[in-house]
Ligand binder design. Structure first.
Ligand code: NPQ
Ligand code: MG
Length: 374
């Protein structure tokens, strides 16, 4: 099919509760939704860049620029039979994985719809439910954090991830562990530590954590390998893994024993599946990370997590964890066994609600094969 039109929607949605990490606190979640149109169908992709370069160096404005000036022009009017056709066109663009992923994933949804299959089955996934957990931000007090853990456990979440930073680590994990001795628990530092903090992680080693996520520098693998050698608990890399090559390098030097795969961070579903396959071939478990996606990005994450080597619960919470009213429907709800159901309809299996999109949209761009229009 020939790609006739691509639209960018810069939207902003309020979060049900502020989300705080070692790099800051967010009250709303702005992102770019990409619509790819052909043959009367519309595929949707979510670009997970944030307003500021905090989690990653990309921002909404850099992604908008790269999409508008370099990515959209090479796929408009393109005949696509497979996502590989788009990936080949993006080969010349270095970096900007979230911008690439937003558009590539829109094409995956479009092609899955055209073939009348779910995105999960187009990817090669076999599950009809995926196991998920919840990521809990840093809270003003330990009491507030414990109350949130209480609530999420009561809602049925079977795995909890705590955000940590210096001064909010060992005592917090100890308190949660004391109250929930058997809860599958993991922590994420978002690069807030250095190797000099190794004693902190040696202390965390006693709490039977599933993993410790990205404790050190956001681009490091060397220091992580040194730290992993001193720990029983598996290290998991997030920020440091930008591509299948980065994953191979990290595994080669023993920088981690688990990888968090985020579709945006690695540049799209094609690269995400390649990392999954590489890890599977080496017996390394992976899990699907989260970027506070709307139901568009959440549906892509759910589809990805149906692949066999997604062996740990993903940061793919139910829609209500983040949004009172999502941009797309139906919502994902938490089912028995801390799972989300995989949509069986064509493509992503969610429908963007036009009125909600219009209400949340801050900026809109349309590019058609025939000509340009802002
Ligand atoms: C992580 N996510 O695993 C990220 C980081 C993160 C669910 O823990 C706005 C946009 C706020 C993206 C906060 C989770 C964010 C964000 C945290 C991503 O490291
Ligand atoms: Mg992380």
């Amino acid at each position: 099919m020939k790609i006739e039109c691509i639209e960018l929607h810069y939207i902003d949605l309020p979060l049900v509760h502020p989300f705080e990490t070692s790099f800051g606190r967010e009250f709303t979640r702005p992102c770019i939704l990409v619509a790819v149109r052909a043959d009367g169908l519309t595929g949707w992709g979510e670009c997970t860049a944030e307003v500021g370069p905090w989690y990653s160096s990309e921002t909404i404005e850099t992604a908008w620029h790269i999409l508008r000036d370099f990515l959209i022009p090479v796929v408009l009017d393109l005949e696509v039979a497979s996502p590989a056709d788009v990936v080949a066109r993006f080969q010349r663009v270095r970096g900007h994985p979230m911008a690439r992923a937003g558009l590539e994933n829109g094409v995956w949804d479009l092609l899955a719809q055209a073939q009348g299959v779910s995105l999960a089955s187009l990817l090669g996934g076999r599950r009809d439910r995926v196991e998920v957990g919840v990521s809990i931000g840093i809270e003003p007090t330990l009491e507030a954090l414990l109350a949130w853990v209480d609530q999420y456990v009561a809602e049925g979440y079977g795995r909890v991830k705590l955000k940590i930073k210096p001064g909010w680590d060992v005592e917090v994990v100890r308190a949660v562990r004391e109250r929930w001795p058997d809860l599958p628990l993991q922590v994420d530092a978002n690069s807030a530590y250095t190797l000099a903090d190794a004693p902190v992680f040696q202390e965390l080693d006693q709490f039977d954590l599933l993993l410790i996520e990205q404790p050190l520098h956001y681009d490091d693998i060397v220091d992580h390998a040194k730290l992993q050698a001193q720990l029983r608990t598996p290290l998991c890399l997030d920020e440091s893994i930008h591509s299948p090559e980065h994953a191979r390098w990290a595994l080669d030097i023993g920088a981690c024993r688990v990888i968090n795969i985020k579709v945006g961070r690695v540049g799209g579903l094609t690269a995400a599946r390649q990392i999954h396959d590489l890890c599977a071939s080496q017996g390394v478990p992976v899990w699907c990370g989260g970027m506070l996606e709307t139901n568009v990005g959440r549906a892509a994450n759910v589809a990805l997590a149906t692949l066999a080597n997604f062996a740990l619960p993903g940061d793919i919470s139910a829609s209500a964890r983040y949004y009172r009213e999502d941009i797309a429907e139906p919502n994902f709800v938490l089912d028995d066994g801390s799972t989300l159901s995989v949509p069986s309809g064509p493509g992503l299996g969610v429908r963007v609600v036009p009125e909600r999109l219009a209400a949340a949209c801050l900026r809109h761009l349309v590019r058609s094969a025939g000509g340009a229009e802002e």
